[in-house]
Design a protein around this ligand. Sequence first.
Ligand code: ADP
Ligand code: MG
Length: 263
Amino acid sequence: GSTPQHAAQGSTNTSQGASGTDVLVQLKDVNKHFGDLHVLKDINLDVHKGEVLVVIGPSGSGKSTLCRTINRLEPIDTGTITLDSQPLPEEGRPLARLRADVGMVFQSFNLFAHKTILDNVTLGPIKVRKMKSADARKRAMELLERVGVANQAEKIPAQLSGGQQQRVAIARALAMQPKVILFDEPTSALDPEMVNEVLDVMVSLAKEGMTMVVVTHEMGFARKAADRVVFMADGQIVEQASPEEFFDNPQSDRAKDFLGKIL
Ligand code: ADP
Ligand code: MG
């Protein structure tokens, strides 16, 4: 595997854990079907602490399903997935903790529509992390400040632009102090003029050493922020390489074809 570039920068979450490995998420021989459809085929993938992994590939290739298996929104048929060397829990409180450790930012924002922006960010920490309300609010305001929407704290999501809502979704994920954040096409539903305000927040998280798995078609982001690019097609990992290698010298016909269509 590759050594994440961020590992040298000494951020707190790139150190080796008690398990003595810097692999945070590991998928081994993972297979998943939806009925007759084989959507994940023998997936083997390590995500290292502090690494930014960008997943690209055609629509329907299994990118969202791959993300969703990592926080067990989708169960797998065969194979194993570990977080910090521990198998994913299947239910109950351990599963709730897993979901807190594995943040997720979706294409469609998925904020609680009838709660204020501030409540959207404090609810998880209070309920799952058992944080005191005052502490959760203080931390939430800091995070909203950081993503540039602190002045919207008392509004509800519908009163915000898509770009603002997605930045709130990132603040909400960060509030849980996750070990890794999964981004599933976080800018695909945004008007073009709002894409960069979200990508800028993601680039800054990447620079700070956050472990991130990012499904995106934003090749500029991939070049700028990715430590590694994984190319998926038809349920398989077809290629993985540094962004420079992948974009400048793709190996497989499928990757060449895909890049030819989007670049
Ligand atoms: P991608 O994110 O790369 O576009 P997905 O992971 O969403 O791909 O989907 C992979 C394949 O699995 C597609 O053929 C899709 O139609 C199918 N699929 C995804 N979710 C479900 C589901 N809940 N039930 C049945 N088929 C699904
Ligand atoms: Mg998808």
